[in-house]
Ligand binder design. Structure first.
Ligand SMILES: *[C@@H]1O[C@H](CO)[C@@H](O)[C@H](O)[C@H]1NC(C)=O
Ligand SMILES: *[C@@H]1O[C@H](CO)[C@@H](O)[C@H](O)[C@H]1NC(C)=O
Ligand SMILES: *[C@@H]1O[C@H](CO)[C@@H](O)[C@H](O)[C@H]1NC(C)=O
Ligand SMILES: *[C@@H]1O[C@H](CO)[C@@H](O)[C@H](O)[C@H]1NC(C)=O
Ligand SMILES: *[C@@H]1O[C@H](CO)[C@@H](O)[C@H](O)[C@H]1NC(C)=O
Ligand SMILES: *[C@@H]1O[C@H](CO)[C@@H](O)[C@H](O)[C@H]1NC(C)=O
Ligand SMILES: *[C@@H]1O[C@H](CO)[C@@H](O)[C@H](O)[C@H]1NC(C)=O
Ligand SMILES: *[C@@H]1O[C@H](CO)[C@@H](O)[C@H](O)[C@H]1NC(C)=O
Ligand SMILES: *[C@@H]1O[C@H](CO)[C@@H](O)[C@H](O)[C@H]1NC(C)=O
Ligand SMILES: *[C@@H]1O[C@H](CO)[C@@H](O)[C@H](O)[C@H]1NC(C)=O
Ligand SMILES: *[C@@H]1O[C@H](CO)[C@@H](O)[C@H](O)[C@H]1NC(C)=O
Length: 644
């Protein structure tokens, strides 16, 4: 076990005696071709990272969606002036998917206010809103954004002429541009009206929505700063729609793709697995648009008939889940004119079929309900999917949700998925693990992170509250090990990606956020994954000369033919001098080095906004005999790139 404290302290002391340099020679040929999809993103709506996170909707509980687990309620809403808000299930609901609505009754000027997802950021920008209303009213509505504090200063408002009538629901749309930005995100959104000009002294409202500008200006789109945070990592793929969320809590509450598409009024939402109801406003099409915007391959997770409570479909009923997945494939990739689901996709504005290269059957099927559910996966659940996909979509590459590292014998031609959440020491000890793989058992690293401190007591021990520098360096060593074997490792991804600062327990996330975009925090791990991911290797190159530990490295050729060396020093009491000789001659190289805080447990704290990761770039010239020489401190991560 590494004691970070001693490692870091010692790192400040330069070798009293000259340290032995690691002399490496890198051949120009003879390596293995890497997976071109090595770096990726995995996202699911975990603790308000979708709703209230990357999904840009600002109104919380916008359509009073509910489920058996989370009954519909009026949370996040309050009345204005004499207004009484009542949750109702009307005989004429807005839609069968959205049976509940709010009745706003009172006298004079009344209305309703939404608190947002722990506030609403107000800037001088265009907000696009809409709401449905029912009840005869010939006046106008006022939609406004104001402070929740003190005098409740109004930053912007707009009048919306009523088209509302007695017996049907009418949608009203508006654009709101505040004339002033708010100082903080403690703001609310309101709609008011004149109750005396209504027939019944009341109106019914539903599906009240407000969006700030979105990434690529997509309607119903994503939060630009958070998409940018992922884009900067140069990912190549997106695994969707997540992990546990796909499975659902119970056998009848999984993520049904067909209920996440189309008009928002036709999406019922679902009971999420992270203790809240999901809107599914961020549905299958929104995930695909995200992939389009960042030019990502998708790894489509399909439900394998297992829920988190361990319940699973029988051999007689698994066919239903298989058909559901085949329909999803047809929706995504089927011809718009000749297939049923392809035509539905076209009707939603996407006539051109998407490409789906990878399909993953389930999520962590080795875990919930084991051993029975895992046996069922091996014996008939996975085989049923393999058979059906081989027949109908023979070109799709299939991934089983366990990997060989979960005691799974992967069927021929199928890949696995490994999810290590470990201590940094164990991340480092996994450096060579991928040597055990062959072309018969390739794997995805669909989720990975250092989560527990060294010396912790395993999974049930304390989780760290944030990605921390020592943990991030452990991840670097792990990733370098995986990239060395990137002919057998399809890709790697940090998980989870996002965390809302207002509601979480699982702290280790790549990026943390809140309504206030100035709180968006790029973790220490984000910096490490970004550095290692921005120069993907086209192929590895053989290295001779030096042992592994405390210097861990991989060498290879980049996508433009440049020579690349990625390295990390983990378990050292002193800096490690390195001398690199490339067989392919270079006149110059750039070394980018990441070092951390003196305290290896240091982390990027959203509330101080201090980035503890230091990045330095140095241009190096080769010595007379053609070597690039430099020194890497303990607990550091570096990439050397030679283009010329
Ligand atoms: C109230 O509704 C919201 C939005 O659907 C949901 O997230 C929350 O869990 C519900 N609260 C309770 C106590 O059920
Ligand atoms: C207002 O919002 C900020 C986040 O922008 C938060 O830090 C602060 O505590 C809030 N202030 C009050 C008075 O609620
Ligand atoms: C609004 O105007 C319509 C058409 O003139 C009328 O039928 C309706 O009664 C009016 N509603 C109210 C609440 O005044
Ligand atoms: C979606 O698919 C599931 C399973 O295939 C089915 O039970 C459900 O009724 C479908 N939902 C809708 C709205 O058609
Ligand atoms: C689908 O039909 C439309 C209109 O008939 C036609 O323009 C288009 O080329 C067809 N697409 C394919 C893929 O056949
Ligand atoms: C794999 O087998 C080992 C040794 O029998 C056991 O400790 C471990 O829990 C198993 N893992 C899974 C995922 O079944
Ligand atoms: C760290 O180095 C010590 C001493 O060489 C060794 O015993 C230990 O196994 C190493 N730990 C890791 C995770 O490499
Ligand atoms: C992967 O398959 C090879 C045979 O092709 C086998 O030798 C190896 O043990 C397998 N790896 C694991 C981790 O099971
Ligand atoms: C999500 O947040 C809730 C409330 O803070 C917490 O109870 C739950 O454990 C969290 N889940 C995760 C995975 O962080
Ligand atoms: C590197 O190339 C040299 C000379 O071409 C060769 O002798 C050596 O075996 C190669 N090393 C590796 C690790 O492939
Ligand atoms: C290429 O793959 C082989 C077989 O797995 C392995 O022994 C060798 O070390 C790899 N070469 C490089 C340069 O990564």
């Amino acid at each position: 076990m590494v004691s970070f404290k001693s490692a870091a302290t010692a790192a400040l002391v330069f070798c009293a005696v000259p340290c032995t340099a690691v002399n490496l020679e890198i051949n120009a040929t003879g390596g293995n071709v890497s997976s071109p999809w090595f770096w990726g993103i995995m996202h699911e709506d975990i603790n308000n990272s979708g709703d209230g996170g990357i999904y840009a909707e600002l109104i919380a509980n916008r359509a009073f969606q509910g489920s058996a687990k989370f009954p519909s309620n009026l949370s996040s809403w309050s009345g204005i002036n004499s207004a009484t808000l009542t949750l109702k299930k009307l005989p004429t609901p807005l839609s069968s998917a959205l049976p509940s609505s709010v009745n706003v009754a009172g006298t004079g000027k009344i209305g309703l206010t939404n608190a947002g997802y722990w506030g609403i950021e107000v800037k001088e920008q265009k907000y696009t809103g809409s709401f449905y209303v029912k009840g005869s009213y010939n006046g106008s509505f006022t939609a406004s954004l104001q402070s929740a504090l003190g005098e409740k200063e109004v930053f912007g408002s707009v009048e919306v002429a009523s088209k509302s009538v007695a017996d049907t629901w009418t949608q009203h749309k508006f654009v709101l541009v505040p004339s002033k930005a708010a100082k903080n995100s403690n703001n609310t959104f309101s709609i008011t009206f004149d109750a005396s000009a209504t027939e019944a002294g009341a109106l019914d409202f539903n599906l009240i929505s407000l969006f700030p500008p979105t990434y690529n200006n997509r309607p119903n789109g994503l939060r630009p700063d958070l998409v940018e945070a992922f884009k900067a990592l140069k990912p190549r793929w997106l695994r969707l729609p997540g992990g546990n969320m796909l499975m659902g809590n119970t056998i009848d509450s999984w993520w049904k793709w067909n209920e996440t598409i189309g008009d928002l009024k036709d999406r019922p939402g679902m009971a999420g697995v992270w203790e809240y109801q999901l809107t599914t406003g961020m549905g299958l099409v929104e995930y695909m648009e995200w992939a389009d915007d960042l030019e990502l391959e998708v790894i489509l997770g399909v439900w394998s008939g297992l829920s988190l409570d361990g319940d699973h479909l029988t051999e007689a009923t698994i066919g239903g889940a298989v058909q559901h997945a085949l329909d999803e494939m047809e929706f995504l990739t089927g011809d718009a004119n000749t297939t049923k689901w392809g035509a539905v996709r076209a009707s939603l504005g996407h006539p051109k079929p998407w490409k789906v290269r990878y399909v993953e059957i389930g999520n962590e099927d080795w875990l919930a309900g084991r051993p029975t559910a895992y046996d069922a996966y091996k014996n008939y659940r996975l085989p049923a999917f393999i058979k059906a996909f081989r027949e109908k979509y023979p070109k799709v590459e299939l991934i089983a949700s366990p990997s060989v590292f979960d005691n799974m014998t992967i069927p021929a031609g199928v890949a696995g998925d490994w999810h290590p959440y470990l201590t940094p020491d164990k991340m480092v000890l996994a450096f060579n693990k991928f040597d055990q793989l062959s072309s018969d058992n390739v794997t995805l690293i669909g989720e990975a992170a250092s989560t527990h401190p060294n010396g912790g007591i395993g999974w049930d021990g304390p989780l760290m509250a944030n990605p921390w520098w020592g943990g991030s360096v452990g991840e670097a060593v792990f990733l370098i090990g995986a990239e060395r074997a990137a002919d057998k490792v399809i890709g790697a991804c940090y998980a989870p990606g996002l965390r809302n600062l207002n509601r979480w327990q699982w702290g280790m996330t790549l990026v943390q956020h809140a309504a206030d975009t100035s709180l968006t925090t790029l973790s220490t791990s984000w910096h490490v994954w970004k550095l290692l991911g921005r120069d993907p290797l086209k192929k590895t190159l053989p290295v001779s000369g030096g042992g592994i530990n405390p210097l861990y490295y991989v060498a290879g050729e980049g996508e433009k033919g440049e020579s690349i060396f990625k390295a990390s020093v983990y378990n050292s009491t002193a800096p490690v001098p390195v001398s690199l000789k490339f067989e392919k001659k270079h006149s110059q190289a750039t070394l980018t080095l990441l070092t951390g805080p003196e305290d290896p447990y240091g982390f990027n704290d959203p509330f101080t906004r201090v980035n503890v990761v230091k990045e330095t770039k140095t241009d190096l010239k080769p010595t007379a005999d053609g070597a690039f020489e430099f020194s890497l401190p303990a607990l550091s991560v570096a990439v050397l790139k030679a283009e010329k």
